[in-house]
Ligand binder design. Structure first.
Ligand SMILES: [Zn+2]
Length: 288
């Protein structure tokens, strides 16, 4: 059943891409100009998990980006004129309606130790910034960063955000736990970081609902990161600061080309959203 749905979804995506390509060819210059203008006024947020050699996590190995591949992403972005910022820096640009041309934000979920040992040195090498979303219960355990490493990230100008206390799928848990997984998660993390203000929440597995949006607002978060693919613009952020778009970067076996395609996908999906076509809705419908 699931396989069939995935196949259907795949075909639908191909169809949309074909329609988009056809429109592109027919309308040519106009669409190209419009798309180029859209790209200048929008910024994707890249989502990584583990960096480095495979570690023992229960997730697919594709979620581990080899360090050399990660470096090729940073090299490509900086050499093609991209400014790689943390999400809080992007949020500031969005709040001020500043220029977003060639701005991309970088984020890491779950707080793996190799984010510190493998990713941080490369981020420093390329003078780039990133945001790290931490699961409170995992701090200092096994393959995760401890407090000292989190402080080290901050000392290097990185951002730290929350990824709940228990990696709780916020839209699926009993809402009575939201004060704990959202409110207490922020408070505990801020205590461990000696009073640092945690501004962002990345929803575990990207899932959220109206109650979750209310909770993140109530407990004083500035923004929230979803699993929806797209790019962020002044319009999308002003309307929904707790529903920012991200594009998952995985090692799909296609090296740097795979990365370039994913980056472009964020812009294409975002551009289509401005035309009333949200491929995320389609994806959710078909995958459910
Ligand atoms: Zn996660």
């Amino acid at each position: 059943m699931l396989k069939k749905l995935v196949k259907v979804l795949f075909n639908v995506i191909i169809a949309v891409v074909l329609v988009f390509t056809a429109l592109w060819l027919i309308m040519g210059k106009q669409v190209k100009e419009e798309y180029a203008a859209y790209k200048k006024s929008s910024a994707p947020i890249l989502l990584y998990h583990a960096i480095g050699e495979p570690v023992e996590i229960e997730w697919p190995p594709s979620l581990i980006t080899p360090a050399a591949l990660f470096e090729s992403h940073l090299q490509y972005l900086t050499q093609t004129g991209y400014r790689v910022v943390s999400v809080e820096e992007l949020v500031k640009l969005l709040q001020n309606n500043d220029n977003l041309e060639k701005v991309v934000a970088m984020s890491f979920d779950d707080g793996y130790r190799n984010n510190y040992t493998d990713a941080l040195p490369l981020l420093k090498k390329y003078a780039t910034k990133a945001s790290f979303y931490i699961v409170d219960r995992d701090i200092g355990k096994g393959i995760y960063m401890d407090r000292k490493k989190l402080h080290g990230l901050l000392a290097n100008g990185m951002e730290i955000g929350s990824h709940t206390i228990n990696h709780a799928p916020l839209a699926l848990i009993d809402p009575k736990y939201l004060p704990w997984e959202v409110g207490s998660a922020k408070k505990f993390l801020e205590e461990k970081l000696d009073g640092y203000t945690v501004k962002g929440m990345a929803y575990p597995n990207g899932g959220y609902n109206e109650k979750v949006l209310k909770a993140v607002n109530h407990y004083g978060f500035t923004y929230g990161l979803t699993g929806k693919v797209g790019a962020n613009t002044y319009q999308t952020f002003s309307k929904a600061p707790y529903e920012m778009y991200r594009i998952s970067i995985v090692d799909d076996g296609n090296g740097l080309e795979g990365f370039k395609r994913r980056l472009e996908r964020a812009y294409i999906w975002g551009y289509l959203q401005t035309k009333g076509i949200d491929l995320n809705l389609l994806r959710d419908l078909l995958v459910k």
